[in-house]
Design a protein around this ligand. Structure first.
Ligand code: NAI
Ligand code: MG
Length: 341
């Protein structure tokens, strides 16, 4: 079966890692016609618009997107195009797994397998912020939590746990201080939990959660939380399993899904053939599962895992003493797949 999907290469390390992902997908035998469109900095330079209408139209047509990282200017300039795309297509779930692959040195001996479900549209990412006067004597950001927005992410997380035979869901919040917004999110989780009585359910306050995840990640399984906490805890979770180079993510809505790495454009290593493409390759694995290409998804994940386990042909972040480049690592995954079939 052939598929037509949208591809946004992104900027920074985007083109290098996206090239790795599309090569691996091709070699796994999946027939994809990529509708390539540009967004963010590259689109701004070329078309004077960081989110040209061609991007929206392409996603509207194809419904599934593979996206490289997009740089967002810090404290000034245009608003995040990542956030804009999530809002435009109501991608309310940000599913971010953190799983150990053998061969990666981490602080932990045993296998970690966590999934964070981050609410992706509300709270401090709603973009309602301003200075109260022209001398910037104060600034205000309004975080909005809605019943509808909370219900759908929490239900999605419970349904996922149930469908995939996972064991436990932890809701993370700061309802002791953010009594209204955090309180509402927690209330809704507690209202829904009894409908899933077979699933172990608990809650944690976010600061304690950060400490607990570092001290003993094995006590957690799936985690559902609000937008900002999910953003931070998912980077923390990636640190438990080998860093951002190993962390994939999926932005999911009712009709569109967009797959990307958890990490950003990594300007410090861009253009040097250093970046680890595993995160975007694992995001591609999630994408292939989403479009029903389960065999190819398995094949790619197995090959990636095997190359990492051997440890001889990996990127610098995985083995700083003995490493190869992004492209050569990708070659190794492709050779491994050929050996498997
Ligand atoms: P970052 O995730 O780009 O980089 C953080 C650190 O991790 C850097 O030292 C980088 O070299 C390293 N790193 C990231 N990905 C890696 C990979 N695949 N292989 C090896 N090392 C890797 O975060 P940073 O520097 O805070 O943000 C840079 C830009 O990316 C900002 O403009 C930010 O807004 C944007 N960003 C975009 C995201 C997206 O497109 N979804 C997500 C996060 C940040
Ligand atoms: Mg982030």
């Amino acid at each position: 079966m052939s598929h037509k999907l949208t591809l946004i290469p992104g900027d920074g390390i985007g083109s290098e890692i996206i090239q790795a992902a599309t090569r691996v997908i091709y070699e796994a035998g999946v027939n994809i016609e990529w509708d390539v469109v540009e967004a963010g900095m590259t689109a701004l330079e070329k078309y004077h618009d960081p989110l040209p209408k061609e991007v929206i139209e392409s996603i509207d047509r194809n419904k599934v997107v593979l996206k490289g990282p997009l740089t967002t200017p810090v404290g000034k300039g245009f608003r995040s195009i990542n956030v804009a795309l999530r809002k435009e297509f109501e991608l309310y779930v940000n599913q971010r797994p953190a799983k150990t692959y053998k061969g990666i040195k981490t602080l932990y001996f045993d296998h970690i397998d966590l999934i964070i479900f981050r609410e992706n549209l509300e709270e401090f990412y709603s973009g309602i912020e301003h200075y109260i006067d022209s001398s910037k004597s104060a600034a205000e950001t309004i975080g909005i939590i809605t019943r509808r927005g909370s219900e759908r992410i929490i239900r999605y997380a419970f349904e996922f746990v149930k469908k995939h035979g996972r064991k436990k869901l932890t809701v993370v919040h700061k309802a002791n201080i953010l009594k209204f917004t955090g309180g509402l999110f927690l209330d809704i989780a507690e209202e829904i939990a009894p409908e899933y009585s077979e699933i172990q359910f608990d809650d944690k306050i976010v600061d304690n959660m950060a400490m607990q995840m570092v001290m003993n990640p094995y006590q957690f399984d799936c985690i559902v939380t609000t937008n900002l906490f999910g953003d931070i805890l998912s980077d923390l979770a990636s640190g438990l399993v080998g860093g951002l180079g190993m962390a994939p993510g999926a932005n999911i809505g009712d009709s569109v899904a967009m797959f990307e790495a958890v990490h950003g454009s990594a300007p410090d290593i861009a253009g040097q053939n250093i970046a680890n493409p595993s995160a975007i390759i694992l995001a591609s694995v999630m994408m292939l599962q989403h479009i029903g290409e389960d065999e190819a998804a398995k094949k790619i994940e197995k090959a990636l895992a095997a190359v990492i386990e051997k440890g001889e042909k990996v990127t610098r972040d995985i083995n700083p003493k003995n490493f190869i480049g992004t492209k050569e690592f990708t070659d190794a995954i492709i050779s491994q797949m050929e050996g498997q079939s």
